[in-house]
Write a protein that binds this ligand. Structure first.
Ligand code: VLZ
Length: 135
């Protein structure tokens, strides 16, 4: 299995979150707040179950899944959509495809130089985030 993504991570850089949020149809007032947030990512694994938490002072987004098993995702507090999602390993990348109303939607997490990387994409927009480990 690839280097463990598990732990607590704090955001260092955030490129094109605005474009990604616009692609998701997130409104201006939420976007303005979201752009200023210090996001934290907490990734946990118990046996075959993963939990990914995106935490901030404004809102939290938490969901859990098993690898290779499609699940119903509701993006509560984000764009509030229902997706059929599946997470798989592609080499050292944890890759999620989110099938639903928005085309070409998903994300990928991987470790590079001891940092947690995340690409979030939706309908031609890509947001790139890098996190440093804090625990
Ligand atoms: O990360 O989806 O770790 O699904 C919007 C921020 C985009 C709005 C962040 C502020 C989406 C609310 C992060 C903060 C909760 C995301 C995935 C991969 C987990």
């Amino acid at each position: 299995m690839p280097a463990s993504l598990c732990g607590t991570w704090e955001i260092l850089s955030n490129i094109n979150l605005e474009g990604y949020m616009i692609a998701l149809g997130i409104g201006l007032s939420t976007r303005k707040i979201a752009l200023k947030l210090k996001q934290r990512k907490v990734i946990e694994q118990v046996r075959d179950k993963y939990v990914i938490k995106t935490l901030s002072t404004f809102r939290n987004y938490v969901f859990s899944f098993r690898m290779d098993e499609e699940f119903d995702e509701f993006t509560k507090g984000l764009d509030e959509r229902h997706c059929k999602s599946v997470v798989t390993w592609e080499g050292n990348r944890m890759v999620c495809i989110q099938k639903g109303e928005k085309k070409n939607r998903g994300w990928a997490h991987w470790i590079e130089d001891d940092k947690l990387h995340l690409e979030l994409y939706c309908e031609g927009q890509t947001c790139k985030q890098v996190f440093k480990r804090v625990a």
